[in-house]
Design a protein around this ligand. Structure first.
Ligand code: SF4
Length: 297
């Protein structure tokens, strides 16, 4: 299967992008494995005619928005992100009407239509930098309330308007899980994603994006870590730091939608070129403004 994927990739001059949460087997055939920000940059710079995005729908949409002339395919049509579905255009339009002075920062985990109504996007890697770049005193931050609260804690001078969006996978990692993991591994440092549930960031030695966690663990002198994000990343950490030990913060820290990107699904996608991402031109133009503002920053 892997050999067939590599053959088709070459034959079709395709670029395969894989998120860190996609299954390890997909990493083997991907041209690039990364977090949302790294993959957005790779999609924007792609020269290949075909981009196959082994992630979830909002990521493939971002690739299409940033490089609209390319054909972008999501291997599994219903690989979605429950958090992205927690904010709709209508609700964001209502919030904007309620707070007309506020800047809208939208986490990339959102639909193209929501991005089109936003001033600037952010990923977890750059959320603080994006918030710091806005002169407005009020910020509407959608959809993740946990990332929003983390960002808001760094800007006490600004008023943040949050909604109840969250990642069901990260939000299920609680402060109690971290305390339990610390009891089991008292020498370990805690590196967690800001999407994790309430109280986790306060108990963590480092809070940051998936690539930020990788970087932190590589540079740290410590030898043992508790990892508060999707557990596929433990493979990347173990490979990058074979002399260190990594413990997932809890059992079953897995994103089922990301795991839909099996080698079989990728093979089918390359063969049939089905599940192309199609967006209307106005949405692409408006959403590109918000995404490009983030990438420039
Ligand atoms: S891990 Fe959470 S935020 Fe990321 S794609 Fe899965 S559901 Fe969405």
């Amino acid at each position: 299967m892997i050999q067939e994927i590599l053959r088709l990739k070459k034959e079709k001059n395709a670029l395969i992008l894989a998120h860190y949460y996609a299954p390890l087997a997909i990493w083997q055939v991907a041209d690039r494995v990364g977090d949302s920000l790294e993959l957005s940059r790779a999609a924007a710079a792609a020269e290949e005619e075909l981009i196959v995005f082994c992630g979830v729908r909002f990521m493939a949409e971002s690739a299409k928005i940033l490089n609209p002339k390319k054909k972008v395919i999501l291997p599994v049509a219903d690989a979605g992100c429950p958090m992205a579905d927690m904010i709709e255009e209508k609700e964001l339009a209502r919030l904007k009407a309620e707070h007309p002075e506020a800047a809208v920062i939208c986490y990339v985990n959102s639909s193209a239509a929501v991005k089109a109504l936003s001033d600037i996007c952010c990923t977890s890697a750059g959320a603080l930098k994006v918030a710091a770049s806005r002169p407005e005193k009020e910020i509407i931050f959608v959809p993740d309330r946990n990332l929003g609260a983390f960002v808001a804690s760094h800007f006490p001078e600004k008023t943040f308007h949050l909604i109840d969006g969250h990642c069901p996978i990260h939000n299920a990692c609680s402060a109690a899980d971290i305390r339990r993991a610390k009891e089991l591994h008292p020498a370990a440092l805690v590196a967690a994603h800001p999407e994790c549930g309430e109280g986790v960031s306060e108990l963590s030695d480092f809070v940051g994006s998936t690539s930020g966690i990788l970087d932190y663990c590589k540079k740290s002198k410590a030898k043992e870590f508790i990892i508060g994000t999707e557990e596929e990343i433990v493979w990347a950490l173990t490979k990058a730091c074979p002399d260190k030990i990594f413990h997932p913060a809890k059992d079953g820290f897995l994103c089922a939608d990301m795991k839909k990107n099996t080698p079989e699904a990728l093979y089918r996608a390359l063969e049939t070129e089905e599940n192309e991402i199609l967006l209307d031109e106005d949405t692409v133009t408006a959403a590109a403004r918000a995404l490009e503002a983030m990438i420039r920053l």
